[in-house]
Design a binder for this molecule. Structure first.
Ligand code: ATP
Ligand code: MG
Length: 389
C-alpha cells in the first residue's frame, strides 16, 4: 500500500488532440513545484496523474500540488494491489481515518473502472466494499443520494482509494500559452493580476520600478517577497528591477506637476515593452482596474496605453477592490502587499493629478524630454533577480 495524491485536471481534459502536450506540461510543473520536497515520483496511469507521497510529506505536498495551474482538485489517498481484499481493507481504513476528525452517519462507495478486464464491474465493487465497511463499523449507513462522504475506488493498473477532494485553481498548465511581463508594484493589485494571467498558462516574468535611494531597500525586499509567493503558482520568476529616479526627476523638472503620474506610467510601460521585446515576451500585464485611482480613469488608461505597441492585459479591469482583496487573501499575497513601504510613485506624487489627460498635451510635455535615452539608460542599469520557488 502506497500513499499517493491523485490529481484531477479541468480544462486540460478538454484539449482532445493536444491533451498529451498539456498533460506533459502539467506533469513537469508538478515536478518543479515539488522538487524540494524529496523529488517525489509524479506519474500518469491510464490517463490520470498521481504524486507518490509518504506520511511525512503528504500535507506539504498537497499544499504545493493544489497550487499548480491546470489542477481542479487533489485527493490524498492510497494505491493498493488490484484485488478485492486489499481494496476493502484500505477503504475501511480510509473511512475510519475520516471518522477521527469528522462526524459522519452515511457514506457511499463510488467505483470507476478504467481497467474493464477487472472481474467485477463498478456496481459490484461498490456493493462489496460498502458491505465490508458496514460489517466492520458501527453507526454508519449507506446513503446513495446524499451521503456525508464518498469513498472513491478507481481501478486502473493498481486500485486507488480516496475520499477527500481539495480544491485547486483550475486554469491551464504554465508554459502552454506564451510569456507575459508583469508590472509588479508592491501593492495589492499587481500580484493578483499576475496570478490570473499565469492561471491561463502564461509563463510570467516581472518588472519592478523603484526610486532608490528615495525608496528604501525594504521596499524592494517586499516586491521580492511578493514574487516569491507568486512563484509558488507561476514557477521561477525573473524579476527585472529598474531604477526610474532619474526619469522622475526629469519629468518633475520639465513637465507640469499634475501630469507627473501619467507620464511616469507611460515610461513604465515603454520600459516594460522594451524588456519584453528583448526577451521574446508576448504581452504586458498590469493590475489596473477601471476608475480605481486618478490614473486609471478611461482617459488615463487610454493615454497610458497609447505609449506602447504591445498587447497589455489588465485582468482586474472589471473587479472592485473588495473582489481583488479576496483573491489576494486567498493566494496569500495580501499580508505582504499591505506592509507599509513606499512605492516609487509616491515620491513625486502630485496633489492634483489629471484625471482626464489629453494625449496631445501629454505628448507635448514629453517633447521636452529625451525619452529614448532615458529609457535606454534605465534598461542598461537594471538588475535581474532570479526568484525561485
Ligand atoms: P497595485 O496595488 O498593484 O500597486 P495600484 O492600485 O496601486 O496597484 P497604480 O499604482 O496606479 O495602482 O498602478 C497600476 C499598475 O501599474 C499596477 O497594478 C502595476 O501593474 C503597475 N505599477 C505601478 N507601480 C509600479 C511599480 N513601482 N513597479 C512596477 N509596476 C508598477
Ligand atoms: Mg501601486
Amino acid at each position: 500500500m502506497d500513499r499517493v495524491i491523485s490529481v484531477s485536471v479541468g480544462e486540460v481534459a478538454l484539449k482532445k488532440g493536444n491533451r498529451n502536450f498539456f498533460e506533459k506540461k502539467l506533469l513537469n510543473q508538478i515536478k518543479v513545484a515539488t522538487k524540494d520536497l524529496g523529488r517525489p515520483n509524479v506519474y500518469r496511469e491510464r490517463g490520470k496523474m498521481y504524486v507518490k507521497a509518504n506520511e511525512d510529506n503528504l500535507e506539504a505536498l498537497i499544499k504545493r500540488v493544489r497550487k499548480v495551474f491546470g489542477i481542479v482538485h487533489v485527493s490524498p489517498g492510497y494505491k493498493v494491489n488490484k484485488e478485492m481484499k486489499s481494496i476493502e481493507k484500505v477503504s475501511l481504513k480510509e473511512i475510519e481515518e475520516i471518522r477521527k476528525t469528522k462526524e459522519i452517519g452515511t457514506f457511499k462507495v463510488q467505483c470507476k473502472r478504467a481497467d474493464k478486464k477487472f472481474p467485477l464491474n463498478s456496481m459490484e465493487v461498490a456493493r462489496r466494499v460498502g458491505g465490508y465497511i458496514l460489517a466492520n463499523t458501527e453507526g454508519l449507513n449507506v446513503d446513495v443520494h446524499n451521503p456525508d462522504i464518498y469513498i472513491y475506488v478507481d481501478i486502473r493498473d493498481s486500485a486507488y482509494i480516496f475520499s477527500k477532494k481539495i480544491k485547486g485553481y483550475g486554469g491551464l498548465p504554465l508554459g502552454t500559452n506564451g510569456r507575459g511581463l508583469l508590472l509588479l508594484s508592491g501593492g495589492i493589485d499587481s500580484p493578483v493580476a499576475g496570478f490570473m494571467i499565469g492561471k491561463r498558462g502564461v509563463s510570467i516574468e516581472a518588472v519592478h520600478y523603484h526610486s532608490y535611494p528615495f525608496t528604501s531597500e525594504r521596499a524592494e525586499e517586499k516586491v521580492k517577497d511578493l514574487a516569491k509567493i507568486l512563484s509558488r503558482y507561476c514557477g521561477q520568476i525573473k524579476l527585472y528591477s529598474v531604477n526610474i529616479l532619474n526619469i522622475q526627476k526629469e519629468i518633475n523638472k520639465n513637465c507640469p506637476s499634475e501630469e507627473m503620474t501619467i507620464i511616469s506610467r507611460r515610461f513604465m510601460m515603454r520600459i516594460a515593452e522594451k524588456i519584453a521585446r528583448n526577451n521574446e515576451i508576448d504581452c504586458l500585464i498590469t493590475g489596473e482596474s477601471l476608475g480605481q485611482v486618478a490614473s486609471q480613469t478611461m482617459k488615463g488608461l487610454n493615454v497610458t496605453n497609447s505609449s506602447v505597441d504591445i498587447p497589455v492585459f489588465r485582468p482586474l479591469i472589471g473587479l472592485d477592490k473588495t473582489e481583488i482583496t479576496e483573491i489576494a487573501q486567498d493566494i496569500e499575497t495580501f499580508e505582504t502587499s499591505i506592509l507599509p513601504f513606499e512605492d516609487c510613485c509616491t515620491v513625486f506624487l502630485p496633489k492634483h493629478p489629471v484625471t482626464r489627460p489629453k494625449l496631445d498635451n501629454i505628448e507635448k510635455s514629453e517633447g521636452s524630454l529625451d525619452v529614448d535615452e532615458l529609457i535606454d539608460n534605465a534598461v542598461e542599469n537594471m538588475r535581474i533577480i532570479d526568484i525561485n520557488i
